[in-house]
Design a protein around this ligand. Structure first.
Ligand SMILES: *Cc1c(COP(=O)(O)O)cnc(C)c1O
Length: 231
């Protein structure tokens, strides 16, 4: 691709705004997280200069390597699986952890953040497809985790995250987005989500973020549409 970071960022932001408008939502309700895994610090800096403040990485070590060379104003999001033994490192580097996928991990992140004197925003990664091979918590396990996390002081569980099975046609993913939104609404209705303000829904990637915004995403995680091909 020969287009510039400026053109790619503008194109994604315009498409997000158009999708929000189609759903009667305000574009300010949706945050763009540019997923920068595998891309060098220079590419991240170029996108940051276009006004993008949130960047996502899927490995703790990769973020630790790149972040010190980049502006402090960047907010880092961990979007990939987190091993419990890396919780202490994760809470030092990331403002948001999208991949809380077990009660044990939630407790370890809570403990690590408390020990580091930090607060971390977290999302519970949900497995809606029953995929044994993938990370994510079964919907039935959410109420117990959220009830326990209501007593946490350092990890704030703000909503849900979805990494659906890959479908070439984004319309095939729409039912998963709808299910995640309804699940969040139900949990909010039970008083288990939303105590800290609005409920966050992290869903939608390069090929399906428009559909995700139409269905209520508050955070989209967009990599290749922002940075170009991953090669
Ligand atoms: C890589 C990744 C993304 C972004 O994927 P693209 O197809 O490049 O937009 C989003 N979420 C997670 C969890 C990822 O690992």
């Amino acid at each position: 691709m020969t287009d510039s970071p400026r053109e790619r960022v503008a194109r994604v932001q315009e498409a997000m705004a158009a999708a929000a408008a189609r759903a009667g939502r305000s574009p300010e309700e949706v945050r763009l997280v540019a997923v920068s895994k595998t891309f060098p610090a220079a590419a991240i800096e170029a996108v940051h200069r276009e006004g993008v403040a949130d960047f996502g990485e899927n490995r703790v070590q990769e973020a630790e390597e790149k972040a010190p060379r980049l502006p402090d104003a960047i907010r880092w999001h961990l979007v990939g699986h987190l091993q419990g033994n890396k919780a202490a490192r994760a809470v030092r580097r990331f403002a948001w952890i999208h991949s809380i996928d077990s009660p044990e991990l939630a407790r370890r992140v809570e403990r690590a953040a408390a020990e580091a004197g930090r607060t971390v925003d977290g999302l519970v990664q949900v497995d809606l497809a029953g995929e044994e091979t993938k990370f994510g918590l079964a919907p039935e396990a959410l109420p117990a985790l959220l009830a326990e996390a209501a007593r946490f002081g350092a990890l704030r569980l703000r909503g849900l995250m979805l990494l659906p099975p890959f479908q070439a046609d984004p319309e095939e993913v729409r039912p998963f987005f709808v299910r995640l939104r309804r699940l969040a609404e139900s949990l909010q209705g039970q008083g288990l989500l939303g105590a800290a303000g609005r409920v966050e829904l992290s869903m939608g990637m390069s090929h399906d973020y428009r559909v995700a915004v139409e269905e209520g995403a508050t955070i989209v995680r967009v990599g290749t549409a922002i940075f170009g091909g991953r090669g």
